[in-house]
Design a protein around this ligand. Structure first.
Ligand code: 4AD
Ligand code: MG
Length: 441
């Protein structure tokens, strides 16, 4: 009889129909008369049953895990009490082997053995990605980026792509990747921010989702050398407008992910205790954070009490965020510990109109600010940071040819995922993580 070619996700809804479905053998089990296969094709999982002659054929054909097959058969709804993905089972009447995976020493399970050394697993990342947990995180990642784009579309931001090979720094010289650009000095970009600022005058509010590169020498739970950076820039707004925009972004985007028929259940599975953020977010100034940290006897990098001007490093920041347990807008950082472009607060010029968004279990997932819009202040910022402004003529021209109040932010995709999917490290949120010592596969 006829068989309709379907993906597994479609097979779930094809009760009593004869279908043809191709995929990888995810699980395999047999007894005397029956062979149970769980088939995987990236759209879902399908339990299939081979019986009678087919099961006997199996005995001789040596099916193995991760082999690819095409199964033909009838989809049967499972009775109450029996469970399988999609609530169905495929009763197979014919199958073809497409690619037989090795057995024995080279078997898939030996390549990515559970509990193996993490660095060996990273060498086999291309195979490890087939695991249920990693692929679940990557599905959520896809849904997250789709939801972010939906939010930006609703807010009427235009997506742009900007250069990755650049000659200017954004977030300090110490994390630059140097590049020999036809004999000229260049870098891999740390942030697309400056380029986004240059198109406000032509395109209005804009965003981009591009890779950023940081030469972070030390290994931490939340630093990669290459990460996917979601950045946006908005014109004619106040700092408070920027904070409200961020609140809307996080609450709406997460709502869309949780509503997604594929990603929503995966988030529940990966992170059963996940609490969707609610407006308004807690706003805490840098000065208040120092008081909080000192009250809780958390020490600075020198092991002393926090004082104005200290960086709130990863460990202290995470302790504070985890204790408070809700999203925090940490605002108004000192000029001295922030980048050259950040606007000072009118009522307190020692601090800036800046915000870090902190989430439980990760800490900082977003950094943003209002930008200096006066040319002389900007020049003073370059001077303070020891940067040669002549390389930035295209940036400073924005302050000369019609300046405007504006601000923006950058979100680390892998960090938002670590929070959403409850992963210990951002390495589990990137297909092929890059960090010092690791540039393969
Ligand atoms: O705080 P950062 O350095 O801010 C900027 O780059 C701004 N120029 C962005 C902007 O305003 N357009 O980085 C922004 C975010 C961080 O909050 C963090 O989530 C992520 O990027 N991030 C990293 N993620 C993974 N690995 C790293 N090494 C990261 N460095 C920053
Ligand atoms: Mg930051």
């Amino acid at each position: 009889p006829e068989a309709r070619k379907v993906k597994i996700s479609q097979a779930h809804g094809a009760a009593d129909e004869r279908v043809k479905v191709s995929g990888w053998i995810h699980r395999l089990r047999s007894n005397k008369s029956l062979v149970f296969v769980v088939l995987r094709d990236g759209s879902g999982f399908l339990q299939a049953i081979l019986s009678g002659d087919l099961a006997l054929a199996y005995q001789t054909s040596t099916l193995t895990l991760e082999s690819t097959v095409t199964l033909y058969g009838t989809v049967k709804k499972l009775p109450e009490g029996k469970t399988a993905p999609g609530g169905v089972e495929l009763v197979v009447d014919y199958y073809e082997i497409i690619g037989l995976a090795p057995a024995g020493e080279d078997a898939f399970t030996n390549k990515v053995a559970e509990g193996a050394d993490p660095s060996l697993l990273l060498d086999q990342r291309h195979l490890a990605l087939r695991g249920e947990t990693l692929s679940a995180v990557m599905k959520v990642r896809g849904a997250l980026l789709k939801s972010i784009r939906r939010f930006y579309d609703e807010e009427q931001l235009t997506e742009v792509s900007v250069p990755s090979m650049v000659q200017t720094q954004v977030e300090g010289g110490s994390t630059l990747f140097h590049l020999n650009y036809y004999g000229e000095e260049a870098y891999l970009t740390q942030s697309s921010q400056l380029y986004l600022e240059t198109v406000l005058a032509s395109l209005g509010d804009v965003f981009c989702i591009m890779e950023s590169f940081r030469a972070e020498k030390s290994h931490t739970r939340r630093h990669l050398s290459e990460y996917t950076h979601i950045e946006a820039e908005l014109s004619f707004l106040t700092f408070e407008d920027l904070l409200v925009h961020l609140e809307k972004l996080f609450t709406r985007t997460i709502k869309y992910v949780l509503e997604d028929p594929v990603a929503g259940p995966l988030v529940k599975q990966l992170n059963p205790g996940f609490k969707a953020p609610e407006m308004p977010f807690l706003r805490m100034t840098y000065r208040d954070a120092l008081v909080w940290l000192n009250e809780h006897r958390i020490k600075n990098e020198e092991g002393e009490e926090f004082k104005f001007g200290d960086d709130i490093a990863e460990a202290a920041e995470r302790k504070m965020t985890d204790t408070i347990g809700v999203p925090i807008f940490l605002i108004r950082f000192p000029v001295a510990i922030k980048s050259f472009y950040m606007k000072r607060c009118d009522d307190d010029p020692e601090v800036t109109e800046s915000v870090d968004v902190l989430m439980p279990n990760v800490g900082e997932i977003t950094g943003g600010s209002m930008r200096i819009d006066q040319i002389d202040e900007l020049m003073a910022g370059f001077k303070r940071e020891g940067i040669d402004p002549s390389l930035y003529y295209w940036y400073t021209d924005q302050r000369i040819y019609g300046t405007c109040p504006h601000g923006g932010y950058g979100i680390g995709t892998e960090r938002i995922l670590a929070w959403l999917c409850d992963r210990f490290t951002v390495r589990d949120c990137s297909l092929y993580p890059r960090f010092s010592g690791r540039c393969k596969p």
